[in-house]
Design a protein around this ligand. Sequence first.
Ligand code: PHE
Length: 339
Amino acid sequence: MEETEKIVEEAQQEIATAHSSRALYEAKMKYLGRTGKVTALLKGMREIAAELRPAFGKKVNDLRTRLETLFASMEEKIKARELEEKLSGEQIDVTMPGRKHARGALHPITRTRQELIEIFAGMGFEIFEGPEIESDYYNFTALNTPADHPARAMQDTFYITEEFLLRTQTSAGQIRLMEKKKPPIKMLSPGRVFRADDDATHSPMFHQMEGLVVDRHVTLCDLQGMLDEFARTMFAETSKTRLRPSYFPFTEPSVEVDVSCAACGGKGCSLCKGTGWIEVLGAGMVNRRVLENCGLDPDEYTGFAFGMGIERIAMLKYGIGHIRSFTENDVRFLKQFQD
Ligand code: PHE
């Protein structure tokens, strides 16, 4: 009984001198924990004479309740003080300069591809992506370029087997789509293409954007009108296009499309080599034979197709001199395309 009074005094002393929640917790365990002094008293009940036990039990229980209350109220005080200290110590100096986070950016090819998609999606084109490993049939034969056709020499092809190759042009997608879908067709097909070619403006892997429109009464005028719109959005409000006769086996007539030089406004400069015009893509009316190869009646349907190099468009738009800049991963180059 005397012991309990002593314990209360002792505990009160320790509570008063505990200055952190940690110290208070340790003190609490010393009395109320599993091996604490109060718990020890309860365990010692067995040694007490039976008639004294109820009174002793009550005393110890009272002691425990008292201590619990004392600890709880001190705990509250200490917590409040610690929170107060934490808050006042964590003041934010809003005049400090902020920390900058390094931000990534889209690769100029990705960016140009997205810009192109946006322009043509606005005109109602849907995206179609064909395979990079293509059969000779889709890449050449169905595009009116049979095995003995001299136009095959226009492109240096990477053959995998006699039947399969790395596609040299996204035009292969024209056939794949027309086999599946009946007109009206408005397809845009971006993708990587491969040719054994390597200099300042050619690389063995590059990107193309193919366009195909097939319906009744589609004309060459529709093609030029649409390309004018593309040039104005992509290059400059005042950009114009010019069609020059050309040759592709899968279009007839075929044209090479020039855009007025955005750097000099058409007056002639070093970029356009004094001509005022820059060649940007190949195009033409879909050859009757190609429509036939896909099961479409060329007397009912006509169409136009165009294909452009995404690298070439990006080089013109951003004034990039060497095609290898796109694949060298030089951060100084890539950083310039951050918005
Ligand atoms: N496929 C042609 C090339 O790679 C470009 C082209 C596409 C021409 C569609 C006409 C029509 O050179």
